[in-house]
Each structure stands twice: as structure tokens, then as C-alpha cells.
Design a protein around this ligand. Structure first.
Ligand code: MN
Length: 427
């Protein structure tokens, strides 16, 4: 059985161009390659879409085209991206082949006639006689529901434990399917402990949904995952034959700094073996140019030539001190990068750091604090302490009158140059 596995389409206002160019290409390729089914493993949308938004219309158009090629299974993804009910409209979309929306834990049979049959409960009591393949679907678990049942502190770890129990519970039906020579396929959306993010960072923590061990323990030949936007796969050979778990990754490149190819997976799944390969989509090229200090325009020109920025999305980042912030010529940078599809300029300004006197806040009197400060900045504290004593002893009006009676230059040297009316305003 050949299955196309797409994930993380993230249709939204901002992402529409990238998502639609890549998905349109993928649907064309799937039509040309010929598959028995297509699986979308979550995050079809980036946020709640209004029905009149161009993103909604384009997504429905592409999924309808997909359903004209093969049966389609759509899994509920992250609720922040796909609010509950967002996928309901797909049930009415029609097409030459059926679209099934899996928004609860369930098993599915893809029948020999190419229809989806869903289990009434979380799994089949008896596999349908006309099944051509068996799918188990584990949509995103709402952590809030788990937290409500076991408490917020336990929710993270409990989620993993409960999912591991559930996955192991699918194993007997997968063994039965394998005995009948049927391919077995798991579909889910979540984070595998230790997987690599699209930025190349390993994820490690105790509140991730799965371990590879828990997924393999479901004894499905193939496990199709969504959520992480980087394609990656794990394989195991044992009594069940060859098992493979894989993230398809996102269909397009939605953020700067995402490594690797984007695309969809073409799976070959049989009763005792499974494998997949990435079919790339024309995801946008991104180029990152980073300066440790002030952006150097000559270096930027060289980098622009070397990285071939024409047609790419370019991000320039720099870090400068506060006093240099006016020395950055954004217009000149934009001129150098004129060939890019879009340019993101991100300057980080490091605020001036002033020496502080450690422990000063704990000192009991203001005089002690002045002395501690004077020691830190290495100045003579005596004139300041004299002023302080005078301030403490005199009424405020007298202090102000004495200050105003001083020649301006004694207050601040630059005031000596001011005309009298400006001086009055300054004082
Ligand atoms: Mn996603």
C-alpha cells in the first residue's frame, strides 16, 4: 500500500502564499505518483479561519483536489492552530473519494472499495472483513482535560503514561491485522521525546506525548506523525518485521532558520515492513545574515552575492550598543538586498550597563549609601556628604533659593551659555 503523508499545512493569512504553493505542488505530485490513500496528520490551519478568508477557500480547494485522487484521512492537530470544530467542514467537501476527519481516538479500516470504516469505540472489537488496511488515530490530546482530571502538576507526565497505555492497547488488533496480511498504520500529532526541532534543537522534557518505545509498542508497521516541522524518521527491526515512525515535517518553510528540505512523505506499507521517503516541495529559500556588531555594508554586499539572495527570504540580524543605534543605515541594507522576495531587519540593542554598588540597598542611612557608591565609582565622598548634611538640615525653600543664587556655571557649565529666559525654563 502506498500512502502520501502530509502534515502541518498551517494555512493562514500570513502563511497563505507559502502553504498554497507547496500544497498545490504536493497534490499534483500525489496525483502523478498514484497512491492508495493520503493522510494529513494535523495542523491544516495556522489559526481559526473565517469562511470568507482566501486561506479557507484555498485550503478547501486543495483538499477537494486531493480527494479526487485518493481517500483522505485528516487528523485533528494542535487546538491553538485548529480550534475544535475547524475540520467539520471537510466532512461535507465531497470528491471522487471520501474524506474522513479523525477528531477522537479511534481505529479505521480502509476498505477494499476505498471507503473509511470507523470503530464505534476507541478500537475495533473485530476487524471489518473487507479491510485493506488498518489505521489507529490518536489526535492531539487536550492537556487541559488531563489537567482537570489529575491536576496541573501531574498533567505532563500523566499524559505520556496514558498515551503509552493506549498505544500498547492497539497492539493486539495490529497483530490480528498482520496475521491477515494487512498493513497497519498509526497516525498522531505530538512531540516525540528527543526529536529534533526544525531549528536543529533536540527536544527533551518530561511532558512530551511519546517516546519512540511507546510508539513502536503499538506494533503498527508505520507511524505517521505531525507537529514537529522537521522531517525525521526512526526504524526498528524485530518480531513485527520492519517498523518505521516518521514526521513528515511542515509542507512549507514558515519560519526563518528552518533547516532541511520540506515536502510530504511517500510511504510503502506492507504487513511486515514499512518505509518512507521525502518528496520535496518548492518551499521558499531563507537566508540568515548575522553581524556580531554594527552591520557592515561591504560585508553585507559580499554575503548577498555569496548566498544568492535573489528570490529568497532574507533576515539580517545585528547586535549593537545603545549609543550606536543611529549608525545603522536600514535603507542602504534594503537597497543591497533589493533582489530578495522579502527582507526582515532585526536589530538588537544592548542597553548601557552601569556599574552598581553591590549591597547598597541594605545600608541603613543615605550617608552610608553615598559612601558605598563613592567607593564603587572611586570618587571623594566628602563634598557629597557635606551637601547631604546641608539638605537634611535646611528647609527645602532655603536650599532652592541658595541654588538659584549661584551663578549658572556653578550648577552646570553648559548653562553658562544659555540666554536668561531659557535658563529660567531649565531651572
Ligand atoms: Mn504545526
Amino acid at each position: 500500500m502506498r500512502i502520501a503523508h502530509l502534515s502541518d499545512l498551517h494555512y493562514g493569512t500570513r502563511t497563505l502564499e507559502e502553504a498554497d504553493r507547496c500544497l498545490a505542488h504536493a497534490v499534483d505530485r500525489i496525483g502523478a505518483l498514484g497512491v492508495d490513500a493520503a493522510v494529513l496528520s494535523g495542523d491544516a490551519t495556522d489559526h481559526a479561519l473565517a469562511l470568507h478568508s482566501p486561506a479557507a477557500a484555498r485550503l478547501l480547494t486543495q483538499l477537494r483536489r486531493l480527494a479526487d485522487h485518493c481517500p483522505v484521512l485528516v487528523l485533528q492537530g494542535t487546538y491553538a492552530h485548529e480550534p475544535p470544530g475547524a475540520l467539520d467542514v471537510l466532512r461535507t467537501l465531497g470528491g471522487r473519494h471520501p474524506i474522513h476527519v479523525a477528531d477522537r481516538i479511534q481505529q479505521l479500516a480502509l476498505t477494499q472499495a476505498g471507503h473509511w470504516t470507523a470503530s464505534a469505540a476507541w478500537c475495533f472489537d473485530v476487524l471489518p472483513a473487507d479491510a485493506a488496511a488498518v489505521f489507529c488515530c490518536v489526535p492531539t490530546v487536550n492537556k487541559a482535560t488531563v489537567a482537570a482530571a489529575v491536576g496541573a502538576a501531574q498533567a505532563g507526565a500523566e499524559l505520556g503514561d496514558q498515551l503509552a497505555t493506549l498505544l500498547a492497547g492497539f497492539a493486539p488488533s495490529h497483530r490480528a491485522a498482520r496475521a491477515r496480511g494487512l498493513p497497519t498504520i498509526g497516525v498522531s500529532h505530538g512531540t516525540v521525546f528527543g526529536c529534533l526541532s526544525e531549528h536543529g534543537v533536540p527536544t527533551a522534557g518530561f511532558d512530551h506525548e511519546f517516546t519512540t518505545g511507546a510508539l513502536f509498542a503499538a506494533e503498527a508497521q508505520a507511524f505517521l506523525l505531525g507537529h514537529i516541522h522537521r522531517h525525521q524518521a526512526w526504524r526498528q527491526h524485530d518480531a513485527c518485521g520492519t517498523q518505521c515512525i516518521a514526521y513528515a515535517g511542515s509542507i512549507g518553510r514558515f519560519h526563518h532558520g528552518e533547516e532541511g528540505d520540506k515536502g510530504f512523505l511517500l510511504w510503502q506499507v506492507e504487513a511486515h515492513r514499512a518505509d518512507c521517503r521525502l518528496v520535496p516541495t518548492p518551499a521558499r529559500l531563507t537566508v540568515d545574515i548575522v553581524f556580531a556588531g554594527r552591520p557592515d555594508l561591504d560585508a553585507l554586499r559580499l554575503a548577498a552575492a555569496r548566498e544568492a539572495v535573489a528570490g529568497a527570504s532574507v533576515r539580517v540580524r545585528w547586535t549593537i550598543a545603545d549609543e550606536e543605534r543611529c549608525a545603522v543605515d536600514r535603507a542602504a541594507m534594503l537597497r543591497i538586498l533589493a533582489g530578495a522576495t522579502d527582507v526582515q531587519l532585526e536589530g538588537r540593542i544592548v542597553p548601557l550597563a552601569r556599574a552598581r554598588a553591590p549591597g547598597i540597598a541594605q545600608l541603613p542611612s543615605l550617608a552610608d549609601k553615598v559612601q558605598a557608591w563613592a567607593r564603587t565609582v572611586q570618587v571623594d565622598p566628602d563634598p557629597l556628604l557635606a551637601c547631604l548634611a546641608e539638605l537634611a538640615a535646611s528647609p527645602p525653600d532655603d536650599t532652592a533659593a541658595r541654588a538659584l543664587a549661584l551663578p549658572p556655571a556653578a550648577l552646570r557649565p553648559d548653562w553658562a551659555e544659555l540666554p536668561p529666559e531659557a535658563l529660567a525654563a531649565a531651572v
